[in-house]
Design a protein around this ligand. Structure first.
Ligand SMILES: Nc1ncnc2c1ncn2[C@@H]1O[C@H](COP(=O)(O)OP(=O)(O)OP(=O)(O)O)[C@@H](O)[C@H]1O
Length: 359
């Protein structure tokens, strides 16, 4: 079996064109890992060598691919600012992101801050797409607040696991026509959050590739808030149709949302658009009124700054929250409410953007 030492030796044949010295001797090879059948090569080139990045990446790719036992390669290149660029060395994809067999589109829902309504958006978008006749899966990777099982009324269910070892398959839970897998269904509620982080990368990959998703038009991924390992793991694993950034109207939360959005941009994941949640409050006894209790403009600013559409402004309605006893997403429970209508428009916009992007 190919060892990291052997691969290192082979990669040392790549030279800096200026000094004619090996990239390994120059310390430009930052990391090399083999996890059969996958190899990860991280290159950190100094600013004066940036013009050589495409050539060096291509040579590294050629060398790694000459080993037949390596079927998956991920090359990461740091730019002059030390920022990482994953899987894109200028000419086409170097990294081999791995598709999920049968799944046509992966859409992530992310936010800079917690509690802004990311899971609410993920669940209702999934339901909205399903209502339009598409087959939809929902992967809840939010280890800090895995709320989707409650929102879909399945918090008491445990997904079945079939087979053993590498052949093991998680059978998603079916609810409201959505196939879902959630951290919330697999972790012990009493387990401290700090222990969950290190499990994340492995679990996301397991959820992506070892769940029986079947044929799905869309897999909606509910990510934890922030710019952490989950975002990175997802973007490095699977090709994505894009990400939706959920924010609130307050300008004070913009900084977090900007950071979240910038991270995906840097990883070359298309930003489908921004969703402003809790845009206004609709009193239950005066459904015709709306109050901008959290201020206005956050979503608009974020969308304009990044030239991406503001896809929805969702009101704060009691019906949307889990206050309703039936644990039924609002698009099903109150299909005529303003929020449900806004989710329907959101689903249509997402469909349109993905259609346009794929042509
Ligand atoms: N537009 C809305 N109207 C009414 N309630 C809402 C709305 N959006 C979210 N909520 C409620 O606010 C709470 C937090 O929402 P949600 O769990 O979707 O946020 P999140 O960003 O996913 O949070 P976390 O960071 O914990 O994952 C939930 O109880 C949800 O029902």
């Amino acid at each position: 079996m190919l060892s990291e030492e052997e691969l290192l030796k082979a990669l040392s044949s790549i030279k800096d064109s200026g000094s004619n010295r090996s990239v390994v001797d120059l310390g430009w090879l930052d990391q090399l890992r083999i996890n059969h059948p996958k190899a990860i090569v991280r290159l950190n080139l100094p600013s004066y060598a940036q013009s050589q990045r495409d050539r060096i990446a291509a040579e590294a790719k050629r060398i790694v691919e000459s080993y037949r036992e390596i079927s998956e390669l991920q090359i990461e290149l740091s730019n002059a600012n030390g920022q990482s660029e994953i899987g894109n060395a200028g000419h086409g994809q170097v990294s081999s992101l791995q598709k999920i067999p049968g799944v046509k589109n992966v859409i992530a829902v992310s936010s800079g801050k917690g509690g802004v309504g990311k899971s609410t958006v993920a669940v209702n978008l999934a339901c909205g797409l399903s209502q339009k006749g598409y087959s939809v899966g929902l992967l809840d990777a939010d280890i800090y607040g895995p709320n989707t099982p409650i929102m879909l009324g399945v918090s008491d269910k445990t997904p079945e696991v079939q087979g053993s070892g590498a052949e093991q398959k998680i059978i998603p839970i079916e609810s409201f026509g959505i196939s879902m897998v959630s951290m919330g269904l697999l972790i012990d509620d009493n387990q401290p959050v700090i222990w969950r982080g290190p499990m994340l990368n492995g679990i996301i990959r397991q959820f992506l590739y070892q769940a029986s998703w079947g044929e799905k038009d869309f897999l909606v991924v509910d990510l934890p808030p922030g710019t952490g390992d989950a975002q990175l793991s997802l973007a490095q694993a699977v090709p994505m149709s894009g990400v939706l950034i959920v924010t609130t109207p307050q300008k004070v939360s913009l900084q977090d949302s900007r950071r979240g959005l910038a991270m995906f941009k840097q990883m070359n994941v298309p930003i489908l658009g921004v969703i402003e949640n809790m845009s206004s409050f609709i009193p239950p006894d005066q459904p015709e009124r709306e109050y901008a209790i959290f201020g206005t403009g956050g979503g608009q600013v974020l969308s304009e700054e990044n030239s991406v559409p503001l896809l929805a402004k969702l009101p704060l309605e009691m019906n949307t929250s889990n206050g309703n006893e039936e644990d039924k997403p609002i698009v099903f429970q109150y299909p005529d409410s303003k929020t449900a209508k806004a989710f329907e428009r959101l689903a249509l916009s997402v469909l349109e953007i993905i259609e346009t992007n794929s042509n």
